[in-house]
Design a protein around this ligand. Structure first.
Ligand SMILES: [Zn+2]
Length: 341
């Protein structure tokens, strides 16, 4: 068990993540959000006192002393107190490299312990899903009936069974090839989600929090036309609907993404709705938040730079990543898990 984690530590909201070619600052003004969402309803909501995204300057804080990360009192994360939660049916999927350190994040450890019947960890690898290279990945999810083939070589793929090398090495792929989810894996996730809720849900909404190269939306549009997909990423690539930086005001911004999606897909009905989770419950919309959270400080290559051997963050970026994921986990506790505690 590491001596520290970054739960509740101060963070900086300075630069955008430089984790991909073409990374650009997202201008977080209400005007830019309105422009991106392409809606007039949001302007009406803002005029009636709906919450606003604070400016980057207003929320700026600094990490002044990284030694605070070694406070032993920070090494666990307790589950949130029981609450009435929400009636909305929200599920979540975290995805990160299996051999990286994300699985050691105190929030992930807490979820798998405190919510053992509601949250599962599923290791798998891309070579089981049509890719010719072995990228081992871990999905931590509230979809307990999601059962992908266990990661290669624990469960060998077609090449491993023949004791043959995988045709392509992961590092020989470009960034898009390395970081795009295989379509067949997207199918497996969506099938588990839709199957879980098809008896009651009238519609399905997928919020892709870190869309990357948009593999979720691409596949959904091909194979799952009844699933609405709203894609967010800090980098404005093709297919991305919104460019919110979720390392700041994380829970508020995820709720804003849900609201943007409601306005996009149910424009008449959502215009006057104040509580988007209540709207989803009333409308019988099942919601899935997919979070291929950035692995910049969790991957096997990155931990050498960003973390100590016992997984303590030792860079500002690692602190920010841990804090953002803690805030995401707290959010999912409230909207996806609290109703069952
Ligand atoms: Zn394999």
């Amino acid at each position: 068990m590491p001596l520290c984690q970054s739960v509740g530590l101060e963070s900086s909201d300075a630069e955008p993540r430089g984790d991909a070619p073409g990374a650009a600052t997202s201008a977080l003004t209400l005007e830019s959000i309105l422009e991106r969402s392409g809606t007039r309803q949001l302007a009406t909501a803002a005029e009636h006192g709906q919450p606003h995204i604070p400016s980057r300057r207003a929320g700026k804080r600094r990490v002044t002393n990284l030694s605070v990360a070694r406070e032993p009192a920070q090494h666990t994360l307790a589950p949130a107190p029981p609450s009435h939660g929400t009636k909305a049916r929200v599920d979540f999927v975290f995805e990160n490299p299996l051999d990286g350190s994300f699985k050691k994040h105190v929030g992930i450890v807490m979820l798998l312990s405190a919510y053992a019947r509601q949250v599962v960890a599923r290791p798998t690898s891309y070579c089981h899903f049509g890719r010719d290279y072995r990228k081992r990945t871990l999905l931590v999810t509230s979809l307990v009936d999601f059962h992908p083939t266990e990661a290669c070589p624990t469960t060998p793929c077609r090449w491993a069974r023949r004791r043959a090398p995988h045709p392509v090495h992961l590092v020989d792929h470009g960034a898009e090839g390395r970081n795009s989810l295989p379509p067949l894996l997207v199918d497996a996730v969506l099938d588990a989600w839709v199957t879980t809720h098809r008896d009651w849900a009238s519609q399905f909404l997928l919020i892709d929090l870190f869309a990357g190269w948009d593999s979720m939306k691409k596949r959904a549009s091909e194979k799952w036309p009844s699933v609405f997909v709203y894609a967010n990423d800090i980098v404005d690539r093709a297919g991305v609907d919104m460019t919110l930086d979720l390392s700041q005001d994380t829970a508020t911004r995820v709720l804003w993404l849900m609201r943007f999606a409601a306005i996009r897909f149910w424009p008449e009905e959502s215009a006057s709705e104040c509580n988007v989770l209540h709207f989803f419950a009333e409308r019988r919309v099942a919601v899935l938040c997919h979070a291929s959270t950035p692995c910049n400080t969790y991957s096997t290559e990155a931990v050498v730079v960003h973390r100590t051997p016992d997984n303590c963050p030792r860079t500002r970026q690692a602190l920010r990543d841990d804090e953002m994921n803690t805030n995401l986990i707290r959010f999912f506790e409230r909207v996806a898990l609290a109703r069952a505690t």
